[in-house]
Design a protein around this ligand. Sequence first.
Ligand code: CP
Length: 329
Amino acid sequence: MRLFSSVHDVTDIKKLVQDALDLKANPYAHQHLGKNKTLGLVFLNPSLRTRLSTQKAAINLGMSVMVMNMDKEGWALETQDGVVMNGTTVEHIREAAAVMGQYCDILGLRSFPKLHNREEDYNEDFFNKFVKYCGVPVVSLESATRHPLQSLADLVTITETWKAHSPSEKVGVRLPKVVLAWAPHVKALPQAVPNSFAEWMCRAQQESMLDFTIAQPEGYELNPDFTPGATITHSLEEALSGADYIYVKNWSSYKEYGRVLTYPDGWMMNNEKLKLTNNGKVMHCLPVRRDLELSSEILDGPNSLVIHEAGNRLWAAQAVLKQILSDLQ
Ligand code: CP
């Protein structure tokens, strides 16, 4: 593997999930792979989990890590070709990415969408140019449209907990019902996490690992390219009926791109709604706005998986880096 930017870069998702769980059981078994290898993590946006889990994953594999907070510490980058750089941009992405590739064996990049122009964001112009010019393998740390390390960790969490906490006869007899449930927010947030979660869950559904449903108010439908085979409804109650996992997340409208729309009441997940589920476990990628997206009673209660899920970010990142390092040997 030279690129990890979406589920489409993965040949066998079941094997990658199992690799992550094997690394969780035995974190330091592959330190030889990263000896004398350097990971560079480039952030154009803030991060807590992605930054720390990916650094720790690299350290577990014997790698050295360098972090560049490009938004605060780097030169202002130009991404367009053919422009005279007589404005505010100081360095072209052609040189910046290529130079970082000189110092690192693998690079990770976080580049959020601007949420002004849908076509521009969905073209992944910055991410694709970075991949093109850096010349080394690249891991997405969340791009304009996807967050694959998060989604892999989510699938690892569902697989692990369904096996561990469900009666063995249930695991054999039926698949877990996984629901992506839209939640309120005060800002227009990117679609990267829900797009990516939907894409990974749709692939997992194809592989008979789970059943997948999305619930959102009218106007918040995701780009259908990311939801093939998903059951989609505008009724949260209908989606929650019998749900084993509820993945709570806000996203802004794809149709009315970048706008915060008004939305109906009743979309915040709380204990009352949890009663509709099959004692469902509640997930969120974090950071979460308490009592806006998700109630404190759930976050502090026994059905919350959010900390466990964040912990699994480490093993997801380590599984991906291990595969890239193995292919570099
Ligand atoms: N879930 C997630 O990616 O968290 P950070 O933005 O803190 O990295």
